[in-house]
Design a protein around this ligand. Structure first.
Ligand code: SF4
Ligand code: SF4
Length: 243
């Protein structure tokens, strides 16, 4: 570590070391990491919290579980997978990050991510902002009406809800209906102008899945199932995920 020292205790129990081994290509060992730094060079989280993917991997290799379970960097990886593509040994660092997150005690996980996951599990809308079906419908209808009345050329703009057999099922980030409802309109206009056959769903419309970010497997699966069912129930062909 460049600015702080971590003592490595011999014989210390390590969870993540085994997981690192499992993430290596077949027959590999940790010496396969060349410490070349290619992973770190293209990583958007490099430098945050004095950490980068190469250091994070090395900490796991050294059995520094306590440190892995306390460095906020574990929550700064965007899971973009750029490092895997850059790594000559194809080491799956986001896979390691995911394992580390899963083992963080829930009460220590970043509040925003944890609470958004829990909020999304409360309604079939899957909204991380806690928007229920009624409020969602109201916002869409309200914004649509205003645009039709005030914007020339968009008097017949559509924002269909639960339209059976529409080609596209469009989802929506949960924030817009609550904080910036007008931000939903540009996409409606594009779909209108190209004549797309689309719909929102009253259920399963929220685009994000915070349970994925905190590696809450049960929550992640439940939200994915609610969303998939919403698309299937309407008979839509394509799920348009805007996230
Ligand atoms: S790119 Fe791969 S081999 Fe190079 S330092 Fe990162 S993990 Fe190790
Ligand atoms: S997956 Fe995580 S560690 Fe890898 S490049 Fe992206 S942000 Fe960095």
């Amino acid at each position: 570590m460049s600015s702080h020292v971590i003592d490595v205790e011999p014989g210390r129990k390590s969870t993540f070391k085994d997981q690192v081994m499992a993430l290596l290509p077949e027959g590999g060992n940790l010496n396969m990491c060349l410490t070349c730094g290619l992973c770190s060079s293209g990583c958007p989280a490099t430098g945050l919290e004095d950490m980068d993917p190469r250091k994070f991997l090395r900490m796991a290799a050294l059995g520094l579980d306590d440190e892995l379970l306390s460095t906020p960097w574990a929550w700064m990886c965007s899971m973009c997978q750029r490092c895997i593509h850059a790594c000559p040994m194809k080491i799956d660092i986001p896979g390691l990050v995911a394992n580390v997150r899963r083992h963080w005690p829930k009460e220590n996980q970043p509040k925003g991510i944890r609470e958004s996951c829990e909020m999304a599990l409360k309604h079939d809308t899957c909204s991380a902002m806690g928007t229920n079906e009624e409020d969602w419908r109201f916002v869409v209808e309200d914004v649509l009406e205003e645009i039709r009345e005030t914007q020339e050329g968009f008097e017949k703009l559509q924002a269909p809800m639960d339209k059976k057999d529409a080609h596209f099922f469009l989802n929506q980030n949960s924030r817009e209906p609550v904080t910036e409802p007008d931000e939903m309109v540009p996409l409606w206009k594009i779909l209108h102008l190209v004549g797309a056959d689309w719909t929102y769903g009253s259920k399963g419309w929220a685009a994000e899945n915070y349970c994925l970010f905190c590696q809450d497997f049960e929550g992640w699966e439940k939200i994915t199932q609610v969303k998939a069912k919403a698309v299937d129930d309407l008979g839509c062909k394509v799920w348009l995920n805007t996230e």
